[in-house]
Design a protein around this ligand. Structure first.
Ligand SMILES: [Ca+2]
Length: 345
């Protein structure tokens, strides 16, 4: 009796396995495409066996299917790697098939040069990680354990008007000001802090979620916008600190990693790329790199009066004075802060 049961189980297993194996699905997907392109993806069964229904998902979000295929405009999902899944329902079974596609920007970034409009003193002991212009003053955060500080600075003199230190266990990173609060990131502690704008009194701390580290910070008036050292830019709710969404930053050729200090200007994100004397201009909706400003001559300008530590005392810090349309940049421990104008080549 037992033998028969085993034999029946074996038969059942064989039957189920062979039935499963009868359906061989693949997703017909172009692996690399560009923005502003229509992309069609089709679920194929090796022997054209009929399925009852297919549901498609891009990055976990269901998209409208037309029988065994669907079409999207790549701009709706932005540049970067996207996961596509199909859930196929066929007699008595369901199967999930995963694949991916990568979207690049549809054109090369515009190249900008720059013109120095003004230069101001900057503390050579300020290892700049965050820089923002607010209500007539510069606000700056500096890094390194035991040296991390939050400062309010007078633009024209570089004089530090107000300053607090971060606990020695933390390495300070970017800052931004929103709704009369200062938000300040730490590097690898997966933590950020919130201060009162006027008093610099610590109000609360928050934890990062999926974003990896704390690098740059800015805001668009609604959300905090954070870089984490990868090619991703994260949008956080300033009250709950929920990471609402992320952008992947790509040119027409590759992903741009190590995005550092940030500034939100005219609906675009300006980012320092770590250890590169460049600022990249990013489309806030798609993540595509729209422009690159080469500031290597600005570093050379600094080196006329100051010896900079290679690969350490690098360009970092972008601030924008919206009222007067002034763009400020500096670097880690640089003795000068420059007002510059970017010029499209
Ligand atoms: Ca900034």
């Amino acid at each position: 009796m037992k033998k028969i049961a085993v034999f029946i189980s074996f038969l059942t297993l064989f039957f189920v396995t062979s039935c499963n194996d009868d359906y061989k699905f693949t997703l017909d997907v172009v692996k690399k495409t560009t923005l502003n392109t229509s992309l069609s993806i089709t679920l194929k069964e090796k022997n054209d066996k009929p399925v009852d229904k297919v549901q498609f998902f891009v990055d976990g979000q269901e998209v409208t299917a037309n029988e065994n295929s669907f079409t999207i405009n790549t701009s709706d999902f932005g540049v970067g790697k996207h996961v596509v899944s199909a859930l196929a329902f066929y007699p008595g079974k369901t199967k999930k098939i995963n694949d991916s596609f990568e979207v690049l920007a549809d054109k090369a970034p515009a190249i900008y040069s720059y013109k120095i409009i003004n230069s101001f003193p900057h503390d050579t002991k300020a290892y700049t990680q965050g820089l923002e212009f607010y209500n007539g003053f510069l606000y700056e955060t500096t890094g390194r354990k035991g040296q991390s500080s939050l400062r309010k600075v007078e633009l024209t003199t570089g004089k530090v008007l107000q300053k607090i230190a971060l606990d020695n266990q933390y390495f300070g990173e970017g800052l931004t000001i929103l709704n009369n609060k200062i938000y300040w990131l730490t590097w690898q502690a997966k933590k950020g802090f919130v201060y009162d704008l006027e008093t610099f009194k610590l109000e609360k701390e928050f934890a990062f979620n999926k974003s990896e580290e704390g690098w740059g910070l800015t805001n668009n008036g609604t959300d905090l916008i954070k870089s984490d050292g990868t090619n991703k830019i994260w949008f956080l709710d300033p009250v709950t600190f929920k990471e609402k969404k992320s952008l992947q930053v790509y040119t027409n050729k590759y992903a741009l990693e190590n995005l550092n200090e940030l500034e939100f200007i005219d609906d675009k994100i300006y980012a320092n790329k770590y250890q590169q004397n460049a600022i990249v201009i990013i489309d806030v909706h798609t993540g595509a790199v729209l422009g690159v400003a080469d500031l290597s001559d600005l570093k050379k300008e600094m080196e006329k009066t100051q010896k900079l530590v290679p690969e350490d005392e690098v360009l970092n810090g972008i601030a924008f004075d919206k009222e007067n349309n002034r763009l400020f940049v500096t670097g880690k421990n640089w003795g000068k802060l420059f007002e510059i104008e970017l010029i499209k080549k």
